[in-house]
Write a protein that binds this ligand. Sequence first.
Ligand SMILES: *Cc1c(COP(=O)(O)O)cnc(C)c1O
Length: 457
Amino acid sequence: MSERNIPYKIYLEENEMPKAWYNLRADMKNKPAPLLNPGTLKPMTADELRPVFCDELIKQELDDTTAFFEIPEEIRNFYKMYRPSPLVRAYCLEEKLQTPAKIYYKFEGNNTSGSHKLNSAIAQAYYAKKQGLKGVTTETGAGQWGTALSMACSYFDLDCKVYMVKVSYEQKPFRREVMRTYGASVTPSPSAETEVGKRILEKHPGTTGSLGCAISEAVEKATTTEGYRYVLGSVLNQVLLHQSVIGLEAKAALDKYDIKADIIIGCAGGGSNLGGLIAPFMGEKLRGENDYRIIAVEPASCPSFTRGKYAYDFCDTGMVCPLAKMYTLGSDFIPAPNHAGGLRYHGMSSTLSQLYDDGLMEAVSVQQTDVFKAAEYFARVEGILPAPESSHAIRVAIDEALKCKETGEEKTIVFGLTGTGYFDMVAYQKFHDGEMENYIPSDAEIAESLSKLPVVE
Ligand SMILES: *Cc1c(COP(=O)(O)O)cnc(C)c1O
């Protein structure tokens, strides 16, 4: 019996927490396309990645065949502070909607960082520490990833340098101060600390920054500072691997009560929470053991899946990172200001991109005001104040439940509630004051940024 055929349950602890992460790529017939060296256009080797990423994480990144990776005990001990996370039956929501559908959500907001990002942050900090590094660098947009990484680094006594998109640095002082509370140093990006930052400042004086630009700065800092490596909170295969704890726990809880999900829904920024939530379910689907409808939800203002192109593209603005094949809007695409900051990345995980291209999952885009209507509805009936990102999944879960009401079908819907929205009250305020706008990029705008995709023969 090959390793992947062993029931995942042997990898569960008595408290139903996973002892191993599940690598969905092992069960994919069409593997996600490899990262390419932007100079040679050849697949990146482990040696080429070593100056940027931690050794153990590179192994996880490049491994398409090992189905299970044991979770080191130190990481499992940290997970125990806030895991297993609750899988909640949304009885009040079902009743309010008068739907025959059964709705469940897996809630990842029960930790100080307020989102699922801590699941991967703690793993990445652990491997950096084990390698004897002094610290790590990263970027953060809205601030959730930077917050999670600061917590993880302080736990393992690692230095943490965060480049925070300038506009968020100025508009989200509370996130910034949480990071500093956990000992991280936070620099507004673009900065004069790096060559790429200086170049961008010269070309665009007064710019308020972007995620792609902050990534370039963080990578440069890591590769030019002794004892540092760069870490990333989404998109990469290793991040999806760590986030599989979400799906493994959800599956264990559903199996325990003999519940079979019909529809699984998650919001998609870079794809890590969705990739983690669906992992064991998609694994069953790929092996022909079960079928599920899987739906990715993205903002209409940044529609990588629904309007992007499946092609190799740069991961960052400064073009210092490897090329990734993904559904992308072009690395030049600057989404309109949107309150779901965590969903504003121009590309999508290459694993999810391949699954979507193979027709194994669906994607829909939703407008901002519809998302906040769903967020407020959910807060009032279920009590949890959701993050704007998570509320994209709530919107579509409600829409699917309402369809069941029309057809009378008793479907079981599971969605990922990735985090809380306490740091997003300015967005809620705009919504309440009727000042929130919907923005949909024009075809011409998207075509323009796609015209600059790198040429990969
Ligand atoms: C970052 C973030 C997301 C989106 O990131 P993915 O990698 O697509 O999961 C979703 N929800 C919350 C609360 C986030 O912080």
